[in-house]
Design a binder for this molecule. Structure first.
Ligand code: G3P
Length: 291
């Protein structure tokens, strides 16, 4: 059962419907799911196929992703399921948008993931005008979250998520949870149309601190959800302190959310690296036919 004082929505970060089923049973609730190309490349059915030496054709991998999110969506009819477009650092906004429109039609509860990079922001700006729900992924800075807010102005609350990645900042000894705290603080002075989705969660402490900060949504790998369930779904008390020792603090910045999104410096090397990694993991599934 969901702890009664838990206001954050809890999503699973995964690409395997069996795991989603297992975690729903363990927690007794689940509010949604996020997927991405890397997680789909780890799906057990996909792995079995690759182990047999059978890669997917371009059509087959799209159909496979479709079937996975359809099964998950059926388990979470009242929740949200994030589906990510293919986006390498050269992919144009128009290509992202057309994929996003196709994926949005797959299930009734999709949020389409676009990268928090210039072409992704352009795609999202148009997508929300066209009535799509979006989840802006690979966000690593307060500036990127400010740009997401500005690019999606006018969208209904619930239609836009921004996903700051905590663990990948921690990996280079920057305090990823500071970015969550800073974005939540910045959005307090906003119309609230963008929801903060804490992503790249690697530990129970990431989950507990995100709950304490009041992150709207937290997407958590099955492994951490099993650990949380095994301990009886503990909540952070008023005396909870996040162990940030050894991590460099990321200071809060005063940013004007009334500006055009193009005014913010949204460049981030981890966004570019993340796009490269996601697209490589996707490509690793595909058998390209030579012409
Ligand atoms: O939700 C995004 C997440 O899957 C990324 O996590 O552990 O690859 O940084 P990670």
């Amino acid at each position: 059962m969901k702890p009664k004082d838990l206001t954050s929505k809890i999503f699973i970060d995964g690409g395997d419907p069996e795991e989603t089923r297992e975690i729903m049973g363990l927690l007794g609730f689940l509010d949604g799911q996020t997927t991405n190309p890397t997680l789909i490349s780890k799906n057990p059915e996909a792995r079995k196929r690759l182990d047999r030496g059978e890669k997917f054709s371009e059509r087959e991998i799209i159909d496979f992703y479709h079937s996975v999110v359809k099964e998950i969506s059926g388990m979470l009819p009242a929740g949200s399921v994030s589906v990510e477009v293919y986006a390498d650092p050269e992919t144009k906004a128009e290509q992202m948008l057309s994929q996003g429109k196709m994926m949005f039609g797959w299930i009734p509860n999709a949020h389409i993931k676009f990268p928090s990079a210039p072409e992704g922001l352009k795609a999202a700006e148009q997508a929300v005008k066209d009535g799509l729900r979006v989840n802006m992924t690979l966000c690593f800075s307060q500036e990127q979250a400010a740009a997401v807010y500005a690019a999606t102005r006018g969208a209904l609350k619930g239609n836009v998520f921004v996903s700051p990645f905590v663990g990948r900042l921690d990996d280079r000894r920057e305090n990823g949870m500071d970015v969550i705290a800073n974005i939540i603080r910045m959005y307090r002075k906003s119309d609230g149309h963008v929801e903060v989705l804490t992503a790249s969660v690697r530990s129970l402490d990431h989950l507990l601190y995100a709950i304490k900060l009041g992150s709207d949504i937290i997407t958590v790998p099955g492994k951490i959800l099993r650990e949380w369930a095994g301990k009886g779904l503990p909540m952070p008390g008023s005396d909870y302190n996040y162990p940030a020792a050894g991590l460099k603090a990321i200071p809060y910045k005063e940013l004007d959310l009334g500006r055009d999104w193009r005014d913010f410096d949204i460049s981030h090397d981890l966004t570019v690296k993340g796009m490269k990694n996601f697209s490589e993991d996707w490509e690793s599934l595909i058998r390209h036919t030579k012409h």
